[in-house]
Design a protein. Structure first.
Length: 224
């Protein structure tokens, strides 16, 4: 067992990768019948995007997120093409794409400016600290620890495979050259923590993918 959060749909670990994973929280709930059902069914928390979309809860959470963005947070609707809606916060220069099936993506104008064309869409570079609690999965912890010491890096897809969540990915392409790196530079944290075996502090470097149609809507949204 890893110490990572479990997906509320499939029960498998959620790594916390942008474009692959998300979280829906109870503060978005409104007190209706379906809301109470979500609480009873524990249909909230960390989730693989793919699982959310394929579950019975995708549409419900898309509704609740949209209501929160527009009514509570003042995002304005900038695009609705029947497939997806885009909500924008002008001050933060940030858009949120919401699909009626529950697929959701947050992206700033700055992040969007780094898009590079790919086969079926565009890829945006991602780089952020990623803390991993591998729990009692000592085999994976040993692999990761050894690779970070030897190569200062570990393939992200290997992590995905060893955690048995490859089938839960939304985009394999986005992770193809992805890696976990040991933090470097002055003041950087150590990647391993002797008092907490199985805990790792890494820098995750990978990409996120947007379909061309959505990318186009997003670039237009930034100009409005
Ligand atoms: Zn899942």
């Amino acid at each position: 067992m890893s110490g990572l959060p479990s997906c509320f749909v499939c029960g498998q670990p959620v790594i916390g990768l942008v474009g692959q994973d998300t979280a829906v929280d109870t503060y978005l709930l409104r007190g209706g019948e379906r809301d109470q059902e979500a609480v009873r069914a524990k249909a909230y928390g960390e989730v693989h995007l793919r699982c959310l979309v394929e579950s019975a809860w995708g549409g419900f959470w898309a509704d609740r997120l949209t209501a929160n963005l527009v009514e509570a947070r003042g995002f304005r609707t900038v695009a609705q093409d029947g497939q997806v809606s885009i909500y924008r916060n002008d001050r933060q220069r940030e858009n949120v794409v919401v699909s009626p099936d529950g697929w959701v993506a947050w992206v700033t104008d700055d992040a969007l400016a780094l898009a590079a064309p790919a086969e079926t869409g565009v890829l945006l570079p991602m780089r952020h600290e990623l803390n991993l609690d591998l729990g009692t999965n000592s085999r994976l912890a040993a692999h990761l620890g050894a690779a970070l010491q030897r190569d200062h890096a570990f393939p992200l897809l290997q992590l995905v495979v060893e955690l048995d969540v490859y089938e839960r990915l939304t985009s394999v392409t986005a992770l193809e050259d992805g890696r976990l790196e040991a933090p470097t530079g002055p003041g950087a944290p150590r990647y391993s923590h002797p008092d907490h075996p199985g805990h790792f502090t890494t820098i995750a470097s990978y990409r996120r993918e947007f379909p061309t149609t959505i990318y186009k809507l997003l670039t237009e949204a930034g100009e409005r």
